[in-house]
Design a binder for this molecule. Structure first.
Ligand code: EPZ
Length: 419
């Protein structure tokens, strides 16, 4: 199992180009199943969850290859799909495999998808995905750990999910593009990855309006065609690097970054004392002096994203003053707390709230990654800690970050991968 060895205490300076968004790439790769024509996606990040999704598509009989010439470009041809299914051994490594359910059902009228297990941050049920597809006429049973779905042709429906669900909205949006008649998704998620998915689907011939708001209207069409689409930059990778340099001190220029997708985080970073300038596709952060402690509460977009909670908490650990971090989306997303405490942080968890008392210094130690964003939080902890930090089980990090240690080394971090 790979580890990251970090020698902390260095200020960071330099420039990083942000990769395409993981949480846009995953649904958009699955959207290619909706047509028999080739779909080309550009700016596809190089990370494990994308590799898993390509394997899943090939497993069904689709062609899904990164181009040799431009490794950020992926071509998918789903004309040859023979088995519309997602087996347990692949789904257990990546819950987002559930995103094949809507497309397979819409195009092939059937799908067999392993129920995604829970993960470190919560039970992660998919009841809303199933409820919505049943409302569109699908017959769905769950047996032996598999979702068995059938539908001659899905019918448009008006669907209100019990809570805002990102992949739930994405699955129903994709399914509705080929359904008969109109579908209205009420209580839809507004995360930027959803309008990006909608733009891809519209380029493929889908008829969608309201994407990016809580009400999305889709008029079903007979079929979709191929297209080329460039994936939106990753707002969470962006926020992660901003928190890292905010914590270490220094200056960072992020290129291909969308400041307008990160308002809540930029606001909190300014509150922490950071000087931040932004342009249409860049963000510059200057961090001098000790950050001020900032309280925040996660919620659905456009509020503070749950996927930035662990990283910003790492910043609060060395800030001046006390802060309160409240996690409202997942039931168990404080797995990084105990590991940050091993680095010398002063954090007390009380239910969905963590109370962080900023300390002047962290001290390097061996820590263990438990989930994707917790890993990023520990890397940030290691970058500011005195001495050496060894982050174990960084396969969690590799699932969702595109060559993180290389990018950090590029701005002066002393970080290396130990095989
Ligand atoms: C997506 O997960 C993201 N993953 C997550 O990012 C992100 O943390 C999450 O949205 C919230 O923003 C991808 O986009 C691939 P939800 P998702 O459905 O769709 C409950 C990362 O770090 N719920 O919006 O699975 C659920 O338990 C990952 O990149 C149901 O109860 O999250 C949670 O409490 C981690 N039933 C809440 O809703 C359902 O059918 C929001 O979950 C669906 C969801």
């Amino acid at each position: 199992m790979d580890k990251l060895l970090i020698r902390g205490g260095r200020r960071l300076h330099g420039e990083i180009a942000i990769a395409g968004a993981k949480n846009a790439a995953l649904p958009e790769l699955c959207a290619a199943l909706l047509t028999a024509e080739p779909v080309t996606l550009e700016n596809v990040p190089r990370l494990q969850d994308v590799a898993t999704t390509l394997k899943l598509l090939r497993n069904m009989g689709a062609r899904a290859e990164r181009s040799e010439a431009a490794p950020e470009t992926v071509a998918i041809d789903a004309s040859g799909v023979t088995s519309p299914e997602a087996p347990y051994d692949l789904v257990k490594t990546m819950r987002a495999s559930i995103l094949v359910l809507g497309p397979l059902l819409a195009r092939f009228g059937e799908a067999t998808v392993s129920l995604p297990g829970g993960c470190a941050i919560g039970s992660r049920p998919v009841d809303q995905h199933i409820k919505g597809l049943q409302a569109m006429g699908a017959e769905i049973t769950v047996e032996h750990g598999y979702i068995l779905a059938k539908a001659k042709r899905l019918k448009g429906a008006r669907i209100t999910t019990d809570m805002v669900t990102v992949t739930g909205t994405e699955n129903l949006l994709m399914a509705a593009t080929l359904a008969e008649g109109e579908t209205i998704l009420e209580n839809a998620a507004q995360e930027p990855e959803i309008p990006d998915l909608a733009e891809l689907l519209i380029k493929m011939g889908a008829r969608i309006a309201g994407h990016g708001t809580h009400r999305i209207r889709i008029q079903g069409v007979e079929r979709l065609h191929g297209t080329t689409h460039r994936i939106v930059p990753d707002r969470i990778e962006t926020g992660t690097f901003l928190c890292a340099v905010a914590a270490t001190g220094g200056e960072l220029l992020l290129r291909d970054a969308r400041a307008d997708h990160l308002d809540a985080v930029l606001e909190k970073l300014r509150e922490a004392g950071m000087a931040i300038e932004t342009g249409s596709d860049w963000i510059r952060l200057k961090s001098s002096g000790r950050p001020k402690a900032v309280s925040f509460r996660t919620s659905e977009y456009p509020a503070f994203p749950t996927d930035m909670q662990a990283q910003f908490m790492a910043l609060d650990c060395i800030a001046e003053g006390a802060s309160k971090v409240t996690e409202t989306i997942f039931e168990n997303r404080f797995m990084h707390v105990n590991e940050l405490v091993r680095l010398g942080a002063n954090i007390v968890v009380d239910g969905h709230t963590a109370l962080v008392q900023g300390v002047p210094k962290l001290s390097g130690a061996t820590v263990m990654a438990t989930d994707l964003r917790a890993s990023a939080s520990l890397v940030i902890g290691g970058l500011v800690a005195d001495g050496q930090t060894l982050v174990d089980r960084i396969y969690h990090l590799d699932r969702g970050y595109d060559r993180m240690e290389a990018k950090l080394r590029g701005i002066g971090a002393d970080i290396e991968r130990i095989k």
